[in-house]
Design a protein around this ligand. Structure first.
Ligand SMILES: [Fe+2]
Length: 366
């Protein structure tokens, strides 16, 4: 039996932002974004072309925190808007999901939801139109969002099928100005989502189809793109690859690479896309020994006898170190990461377990 579900309507292609009115249908909208888009004039353009945008929150920071969610929610009048437009990267779309949740009295305890989940709670959501401005997080097609607690060094997920966006506009024209570093980080995050959807207990032939196709596209196009950042066709290919990886892991969730990454981001300040991807070759090597996984992994590299080496070559081309010690991840830190896995839910999805990975050998080899 195969089950696959993804309800997010999309408009994909260069210039597709112009179709926003068609998605808004005249509904009163709250625009959630980060300050960069105000500075670049994009927000002004959206306000001019979409008069039903009645309020803006324009200072969302990367890695949104519990504190920020509580602060911004104070300002929101849920009677005022009917739909949320989330214009930005994964952080903006994730926090918009936290904003979308409300109940009859508009007094929902979002802190409790973030800490404990939705169980037993009666709630509704304001629909979200996501306009991702990076190609990687996949948040526009998943039903969860990540919220961080930087004080207590914790990562939370709000997750519920009601949190799927209503629609997403995937416009590669918005991506040509993404800086090189962010292009690499988000591209590697998408690669991680695709591979994590493969070494995953929840994988099925549909998610695998998307995951393998996404991984192939990223391996082929990301190295070309970082040498030609304004190439709209390459931007479009990476956006499509990111969307496909989103479709894959929206149905499987992530696995061990992400489970390990949260410690690295919280305690070592490593950006998510890097933290979630520098362990991929080592995990890949372990996953090739797993029946039921290896065929999909080999199919990403149909011409190659040594896929791990091919994967390592990608990092070389991107100039991303795979030496964990260069990120201050020593043997002791690895032990702490192993302990941290006990408090993540994502590890339970993973076919590859921590003990399957030969980190010692791996760190010598690198
Ligand atoms: Fe990720």
């Amino acid at each position: 039996m195969i089950q696959y579900d993804n309800p997010v309507k999309i408009e994909f292609g260069a210039g597709s932002l112009k179709f926003l009115p068609r998605f808004l249908k005249g509904r009163k909208a709250l625009l959630v974004t980060s300050s960069g888009f105000v500075n670049r004039g994009l927000v002004k353009h959206l306000l001019n072309t979409n008069p039903s945008i009645i309020n803006i929150i324009s200072n969302i920071q990367p890695n949104p925190t519990l504190k920020q969610v509580l602060m911004f929610r104070e300002q929101l009048n849920y009677d005022e808007f009917e739909v949320i437009i989330a214009l930005g990267g994964g952080s903006v779309i994730d926090i918009a999901k936290a904003f979308s949740v409300f109940n009859e009295t508009k007094q929902i305890d979002i802190k409790k939801v973030i800490l404990e989940g939705f169980e037993g709670l009666e709630f509704q959501t304001k629909p979200i139109i996501a306009i991702p401005t990076t190609a990687g997080t996949g948040s526009e097609v998943t039903s969860w969002g990540t919220i961080w607690d930087d004080v207590n060094k914790k990562k939370y997920s709000i997750a519920h099928s009601n949190l799927y966006c209503e629609s997403a506009i995937l416009d590669s024209e918005l991506h040509v100005t993404i800086p090189k570093e962010l292009t690499i980080q988000t591209g590697l995050d998408a690669l991680s989502h695709s591979l994590e959807a493969i070494w995953n207990k929840n994988a099925n032939p549909i998610s695998e189809l998307y995951a393998v196709s996404a991984a192939k596209m990223i391996l082929e196009n990301l190295p070309k793109l970082i040498k030609d950042l304004t190439n709209i066709e390459l931007r479009e290919k990476m956006l499509l690859a990111s969307y496909k990886s989103g479709l894959a892991f929206s149905n499987t969730q992530t696995a061990i690479a992400h489970a390990m990454s949260y410690y690295m981001t919280l305690h070592k300040g490593i950006p998510h896309g890097i933290a979630a991807s520098i362990t991929l070759p080592a995990i890949f090597e372990a996953a090739l020994l797993k029946d039921g996984v290896k065929n999909s992994l080999y199919s990403i590299f149909p011409e190659s006898a040594n896929p791990v080496q091919e994967l390592i070559a990608l990092y070389k081309e991107l100039n991303i170190s795979l030496d964990l010690e260069s990120y201050k991840i020593t043997d002791e830190v690895l032990k702490e990461i192993e302990v941290s896995l006990e408090s993540t839910t994502r590890i339970a999805n993973s076919i590859v377990q921590f003990s399957d990975i030969d980190f010692e050998n791996w760190m010598v080899k690198r």
